[in-house]
Structure formats: structure tokens, C-alpha cells
Design a protein around this ligand. Sequence first.
Ligand code: ADP
Length: 331
Amino acid sequence: MPADLQTPPRPDAQPRTETVPDLALEARGLVKTYRRKKGGGDVKALKGVDLSVPRGSIFGLLGPNGAGKSTMINIFAGLVNKTAGTAKIWGMDIDAEPRNARAAIGVVPQEINMDPFFSPFESLEFQAGFYGVPKAERRTMEILEMVGLADKKDAWVRALSGGMKRRLLVAKALVHSPPILVLDEPTAGVDIELRRQLWENVKRLHEQGTTVVLTTHYLEEAQELCDTIAIINHGEVVACEPTGDLLRRIDTKTLVIHPREPLSAVPDTLAGYDATIRKDGALAIVYRYGQQSVAEIIERAKTGGVGIADLATLEPDLEDVFLRLTYHNPD
Ligand code: ADP
């Protein structure tokens, strides 16, 4: 039995297609606390998360390692039990209708754990049988073609390249034609070429009507693929909005001024700017690239009595984005 499916949906557990919900996934007040064995403290992986994934979107769940992304996905996938809150898949509560809810979602796990003695064709047939898809309704060859593995249908899985194995994982998640496909860190550790291929696959599935949710810690990946991005950090969603809006908010750089003399406060001349004094004593001013003038900021700092020993500008990385969205000190 595949490790990712302890409780198979029954053959009759097909997604209810007659009711089409506005939200593909919905979490309300979702809490997950991992109990540590004696000695260690508990880990609050999710701290009361609300999340709405609109039907038809490519939705990015973006956050650094340890943020709670996999925990969230695994609750929807039925692999992790939530501590509190509610979760719905395609409008169905995972507690009230676990089997129907599960049948509406296909999950591509992070790790490649497949039976190496199956061929891709057999692997998909086995998975379809596991989901109770009647033989006449199976789409094995169509799916293999979609992920570019038709010519490898009879190869040993163990003889496939890493990239092909990943694509087979996507194929396995599609056998029961779920309206929602979830990919957990689909391109972590894969090369650029394969990343592009996977992105193309995901875009094609989306064009065909599948709602796609992916977790990633690459801002670039979320930017390239997703129409909506939720940012999760330390078990909390700190932003959730259309990609364009989010990028406009984070389209910033930081000017770092190392002063000749220590500063006791941000000079008044920089009032109205997002300026802070970092722990190392440098003055950090976050500015909107292309909209605010660095020359003017430097001028204002000088007018405010700051002697400049050194200057640098920093591009935003994911951590800056979180800091900006959560309004902590950038130090
Ligand atoms: P992400 O997918 O964003 O990297 P995870 O959901 O895997 O984050 O982890 C969130 C937090 O929960 C981390 O602090 C992680 O160490 C902890 N965690 C995850 N799984 C377990 C587990 N099975 N037991 C204990 N702690 C866990």
C-alpha cells in the first residue's frame, strides 16, 4: 500500500460534481500542535490558520522551511490529524465526509517513495484500483502522455531519472481525476530544466480546469506560477492576496547606511520613511524601487546629521518579505 494513503476512499467516493463550490480548499482556525516526547516542548506548527483557496486558481503557499506548509497540506491530505479548527475540501468537511473530501484532492508528496518494481503503467493502474476507479473510466495512457512518460510506460520505475519519477508522482495524483491537485515543494532540489518542465505541466493542468495548490519556499516559483499567494511564517498566514498586489507591496529594496558616529534615533528628516536602526548600528531604510529616490534618502540622512561611512543596497529576499509583512525590526 502506498505510504501516502492509509485510508483509501471507497469506490463510490467520487467527488460530488453536481455542486461546484466557490472555494476549493478552506481552513478556519486550523491548529496543529505536535506533542514532543518527554523532555522536549510541544511544537505549534499551525496557530489558528484561516485560508481560502478559490476554485480555479493556481495558489501558492509560500514560506520558509519549518513554516507549517507541509503540516497544512498533510491535514488536507488526511496524513496529519489537526488539533483544532475546520477544514473543507471542495466544500466537504474533512471530519464529516472524509472519504468524499479525500476523493476531491490529489496530493503529490515531496518524497519519492514508489515501488521500484512496477512500471509507470502498472503503478498508475494500481493507484487507480486503490481509488476504486472502474477499469472503463481509467485514463492511464492519457495521464502518462500528459506528463511525458508515454514512451516509458513499461520501463522499470527504478530505471527512471529523478525528473521522470517526479512526473510519475504527479501522474499518480491524477488517476482519480481530482478537481484539486496539491504539490508539496514540487521543485525542491531539482535542476532548472526539470523545474521548467514541471511548471509547464502544472500550467497545462490548470488550463484544463484543475485548481492547483503548491507549497514552495521559492518566491520566484510562486511569482512565476501562482495567481494568488499566501505567505505562511511560524504557523501563521501573514498575507494572502493576488500575486500582483503582493509583489507591488514587496517590490522594495533596503538602503543600509553605516554612520560614522552611532545614532541614538532615526533623524527627523527621514520621517515618513520606513527607517530603523539595526542592532549593528546601521540605519536601514526600506524604499520602493523605482518610486522613491535613493539620492533623496541619502540627502535627507545627511541633512539630519548622519555622517556616512559606508552604503549598501539590499535586494529583498523571502525573509525581508516576511519581516516587512509582519513589521518586525529588520536586524
Ligand atoms: P514546512 O513544510 O513549512 O517546512 P512543516 O509543516 O514541515 O513546515 O513543519 C512545521 C513545524 O512543525 C516545524 O517546526 C517542524 O519541525 C514541526 N514538525 C513537523 N512535523 C513534525 C512531527 N511529525 N513531529 C514534531 N514536529 C513536527
